[in-house]
Design a protein around this ligand. Structure first.
Ligand code: FAD
Ligand code: NAD
Length: 467
């Protein structure tokens, strides 16, 4: 029987990063993955493919809507969706090859097959009717998540689909009905709206991306309606969906309790994801899950078994690739006897629509609930020279800081390249900078980042220079 210091179950961003860090720390490590391709949800059916399609569709949209104004005359562009999907597959292939290389470089054994616990120290790996059992001193469970559905809806993967199928469509839908105005719904809705689909979003809360600062969802809703023609059914509840031939009929309850029927050719169910522990036999290792199916862990991400940790989407917290990665490093370093730390408040959230949306720290709603005195400052992109040059004037940066000390408590932005710009806010908050500190730092001109400086000037003492 092969023995290891660490067995990592699941090769998503949580698992493969944990394996690399374990190997760097001198631990004999094995990574077990049930699929042939490493990289998990993120690389195969999540972050990377969705961003590849977002980039392709954005090029098409710009060619159609903005080139002429820039003084570029072209024949009306046409969508070749098959090529778009093919390019996306190529991006995945290259990225997965990169992970294979990293495993070899770090001398990590990779076993393909479904892992299940026989005991807290023994894991059986099964593939194609063959199985082998390995012994491991420590185990890190990084088995990730799967799309959730709703009662009354059967996902047929053809017309009623999840994000996985939406990343592989061979035609541009005429009318895609999206259940859920969260991250997946708005990102994939943007892809198909740019390619010409009519998009209807049904959301049962009163705002989009409800976990983020409320001002962001409000502005995003306005912009997606104005630029891409999204139709929103807010505070509406989906009660069922059925497929007939090539069409889908979605039954909805309006806020007044009336019924409404939407007809489309595709229905994307994007109502969240659920932790995945199927067939893992965690009970044999003495581990249990909570009421939402998440593996129970303590503050050190240790499960109820002393030698087993769990990380990423399968445990509590935001379902984000970079959160899973941080946890992978955190757990590996603990196993090696170090004392690492994660500040969960400073894990940024990003939505890759255009304009992009990003936030870190406390939202204005959370500050109000905590009754914490705060100051707020903001700067609109329409006042940014860089944004005018690129015709990206929708959105703003909002900075929230402590009323007395000026320490930055939250930064929330919607605008061009917000996904990259949020990094400055994370650094500032990690070093507990005040709004005045950032306001006094030189930001290159003309850049989108000047808007962060201006919002800090506004927050610290209402002295923004360009509004
Ligand atoms: P996963 O990536 O889900 O990996 C788990 C792995 O474990 C899988 O490969 C699975 O096959 C394997 N596994 C499970 N059980 C077993 C078993 N018993 N034996 C062997 N192997 C097993 N996050 C971001 O931060 N940014 C984004 O832009 C972003 N975009 C997304 C877009 C979409 C469409 C989706 C669906 C998700 C997106 N996410 C994004 C979320 C991100 O993909 C997840 O948070 C991340 O992949 C979680 O990593 P993980 O390692 O915990 O799990
Ligand atoms: P989500 O939690 O972001 O959004 C789900 C939305 O569906 C919510 O707004 C919720 O109110 C709504 N909803 C739930 N039940 C409903 C119902 N019955 N009728 C109408 N609306 C309903 O989930 P998601 O968009 O499916 O994404 C899943 C996970 O993947 C998220 O946790 C997210 O963090 C991750 N993800 C991240 C990114 C990114 O970081 N850019 C991109 C895609 C996915």
């Amino acid at each position: 029987m092969n023995t290891y210091d660490v067995c990592v179950i699941g090769a998503g961003p949580g698992g493969y990063v944990a394996a690399i860090r374990c190997a760097q720390l001198g631990l004999k490590t094995v990574l077990v993955e049930r699929y042939a391709s490493l990289g998990g949800t993120c690389l195969n059916v999540g972050c990377i493919p969705s961003k590849a399609l977002l980039d392709s569709s954005e090029h098409f949209y710009n060619a159609q809507h903005h080139f002429q104004e820039h003084g570029i005359d072209i024949k009306p562009p046409k969508v070749n969706i098959k090529q778009m999907i093919e390019r996306k597959r190529g991006v995945i292939k290259t990225t997965v090859e990169g992970i294979n290389y990293l495993m070899k470089k770090n001398k990590i054994d990779v076993l393909h097959g479904h892992a299940r616990f026989e005991s807290a120290h023994h894991i059986c790996i099964e593939q194609n009717q063959t199985s082998q059992t390995i012994e491991s001193k420590y185990t890190i469970i990084a088995s990730g998540s799967k799309p959730a559905s709703l009662p009354g809806i059967t996902i047929d993967k053809k017309r009623i689909i999840t994000s996985t199928e939406a990343l592989e469509l061979q035609e541009v839908p005429k009318h895609m009905i999206i259940i859920g105005g969260g991250v997946i719904g708005l990102e994939l809705g943007s892809v198909y709206a740019r390619l010409g689909s009519k998009i209807s979003v049904v959301e049962y809360m009163d705002r989009l991306i409800p976990a983020m600062d409320a001002a962001l969802g409000k502005e995003l809703q306005r912009v997606l309606k104005k630029n891409l023609g999204f139709e929103f059914y807010m505070k509406h509840k989906v009660t069922g969906a059925v497929t007939t031939g090539k069409s889908v009929s979605v039954s909805i309850e309006t806020p007044k309790g009336d019924s409404l029927q939407l007809e489309g050719d595709y229905c994307l169910v994007a109502v969240g994801r659920k932790p995945y522990t199927d067939g893992l036999d965690i009970a044999k290792a003495g581990i249990t899950t909570d009421e939402r199916g998440r593996i129970i862990t303590d503050a050190h991400l240790k499960t109820q078994a002393q030698n087993i940790y769990a990380i990423g989407d399968v445990v509590k917290g935001a379902m984000l690739a970079h959160k899973a990665e941080e946890e992978g490093v955190f757990v590996a370093e603990q196993i090696a006897g170090q004392k690492p730390h994660i500040n969960y408040l400073l894990i940024p959230g990003v939505v890759y629509t255009w304009p992009e949306v990003a936030g870190v720290g406390l939202t204005e709603e959370e500050l109000k609930t905590q009754q914490r005195p705060y100051k707020s400052g903001s700067f609109p992109f329409k006042a940014s020279g860089r944004a005018r040059a690129s015709m990206d004037t929708d959105g703003f940066v909002k900075v929230l800081c402590d009323a007395q000390t000026d320490e930055i408590l939250g930064v929330h932005m919607i605008g061009p390249r917000a996904a990259d710009m949020i990094a400055e806010a994370v650094v500032a908050m990690e070093y507990r900078a005040s709004a005045e500190d950032i306001a006094r730092i030189s930001h290159a001109h003309p850049t989108f980042t000047e808007s962060m400086k201006e919002a800090c000037l506004d927050a610290t003492s209402k002295r923004a220079l360009h509004i």
